[in-house]
Design a protein around this ligand. Sequence first.
Ligand code: ACO
Length: 388
Amino acid sequence: MARYAHLAGWGMCVPDHILTNDDLSRIVDTSDEWIRTRTGIRERHIVNEKTETTSSLAVKAARAALEVADLSPRQVDMIIVATVTPDYPFPATACLVQDALGAAHASAFDLNAGCSGFVYGLNVGSSLITGGQADYVLVIGAETLSRITDWNDRDTCVLFGDGAGAVVLAASQISGGVRATVLGADGSGGDLLMLPAGGSRHPASQQTVSDGLHFIHMKGREVFRFATRVMPQATREVAERAGWTLDEVSLIIPHQANDRIIQSSAKRLKLPPERVFTNLERYGNTSAASIPIALCEAVEQGRIEPDDRVILVSFGAGLTWAAAAVEWSMPLPVKPVPWWRVLFSHLRYRWAWLRSFARRALRKLAVILLGPAEGNGWLARLRTHRDR
Ligand code: ACO
C-alpha cells in the first residue's frame, strides 16, 4: 500500500535580541537605506553568546513542532538537523537535540547542504517514510550564523541572522504531503561561499584565526547570479515532477536571502507577489532555518490552507539548490494546546534532562567500578584483594 509523508507539525524559534540596520551602521560603514534597497532586510535576530546555541534554538523549534503534531518525542524515528553552524564539528547537533528531547528511539545526524539543507532534509525524511523505514521524522533547520560572521565585513555582516524552524514528517496512507523533490549541486562554485578554516584543509591555528578564515567568505555577485538562475529552474522542475502547473501552486516559499533574488525569480516564473512568501525583512538570511521559519509564519498568517499546493525552493553554499512540492493536508487553524498538555510536556522535558543526567552519571560510575577495560576497575581490584 502506498505511503505518504505529511507535514504534521511545525515550529520555530528565534532569539529575542534584534539587531537593526541602524545598529549595524554604527558598527560598519553602511546604512539602513543601502541594506534595505540592496537586500530587503530591515533587522535580524542574534543569539546571546552565553546562553544560546544552534542546538538550543533547534530544541525549542522541535518542541513546538511536536506540540502541533501532538507527538511524543519517544515516537520519533529519526532527527535530521540541517545546519552550517553546528554546536561542534562533532558530535552532531542532531544528537544533542535527540538527548534534550528525550527522543530515546530516534537516530540522529546533521546534514550540511548550505541554505538548501532543510529541503535536502525533507527529501531524506520523506524518502525514509515512503520507503517504509520510518513513521515519524523530525527535520530541523537551525543556524547561529552570527557566530561565524565577521562583524567588520560590511559585505557579509548585513545579510545574516540566527534562528531555527522544524517540521514533523508523519507517515500516512492518505495521499498528500511531500509529493516531489529536486536536489542539485555544483561543487565548482564551492569557493564562492565558504568557511575556509576549521576543517582538515586548514585546521584551526593562530594563523587561521588572525587571517579571519573562521568567518563566512562570500563572492556576493556570483552567488546572486547563480541564485537567480537556479531558483526559477528548480521551481519549474519540481512542479513538473509533482504533475502540477505553476498556476495550480498556491504559494512559493523561497529561501529568504535577498528580496531582489526572490523578486527576480518570481518575475521569471510570472508569479504575482501575493503567491510568493517573504519575511526576510525581519530575519535576514538564516540559511537552513529560513524556509521552515517562513513556513511557520505563512501558516500563522493564514497564507496556507488545507489542500493548498506549496513549493519550497532554496539555493546555498556548495553550491547547492533544492525544491520540494508539498500538498498541505493538515487542518488549520491549529487548536490551542490545552494547559494539561503544556504541563505534561514540561514534565516530559524535565524527565529527558534527568534521563540524560543519569546516563552520564552511570557511564562514569561504570568506568570507576568496572574499569575502562574488562576486569581492571575498582570492583576487580577489590575481588583480587579479597581472593589473596
Ligand atoms: N553597505 C554599503 N555599501 C556596501 C555594503 C554595505 N553593507 N556592502 C557592499 N557595499 C558596496 C560595495 O563595496 C560596492 O561598492 P563599490 O561599487 O564602490 O565597489 C557597492 O556597495 C556595490 O556592491 P555589490 O557587491 O555590487 O552589491 P550588490 O548589489 O551585488 O549587493 C549583495 C551585494 C547584497 C551581497 C548581493 O550580491 C547578494 O545578495 N548576493 C547573494 C548573497 C547571498 O544570497 N548569499 C547567501 C547564500 S545562502 C548560504 O548558503 C549562506
